[in-house]
Design a protein around this ligand. Structure first.
Ligand code: 5GP
Ligand code: ZN
Length: 110
């Protein structure tokens, strides 16, 4: 847990957010400023700054994010219409919250 990190606070429930899914290792919630009809954030509970800071042993964290996305795709119905998963990495890559997270966007009419 990093002091003053928004996503650490959400993941540890020090700050309110409606969690759509939670496991021992991650939480999922809606993006406050959605870029698509469905825009979810998949956030590991452990504070990792970005993809750049991942260690080889963090593989299971990434695996967890992907399988959570697969599950949420079914729950939101975007598994049928299609969706994008992406990570913004550091300022030049559009990252604004420096706690690793994966975006899921979709739900457009196809
Ligand atoms: P980044 O640009 O770092 O990849 O994405 C950060 C995302 O977090 C943005 O899409 C932004 O809308 C979202 N966000 C920022 N603050 C909050 C918040 O307090 N609650 C939620 N649910 N999303 C947030
Ligand atoms: Zn954090």
């Amino acid at each position: 847990m990093k002091k003053d990190c928004l996503f650490c606070k959400i993941a540890s429930k020090q700050m309110d957010a409606q969690l759509l899914m939670e496991t021992d290792d991650l939480v999922v919630f809606k993006d406050i400023n959605p870029l698509a009809p469905v825009h979810l954030l998949f956030v590991p509970k452990r504070h990792i700054r970005s993809i750049n800071d991942l260690e080889q042993t963090d593989g299971p964290i990434l695996e967890g994010l992907i399988f959570a996305a697969k599950e949420m795709a079914v729950k939101t119905g975007v598994n049928k219409t299609g969706y994008r998963l992406f990570f913004n990495v550091e300022k030049g890559g559009g990252q604004e919250i420096f706690h690793l997270h994966m975006h899921m966007i979709g739900g457009w009419e196809s």
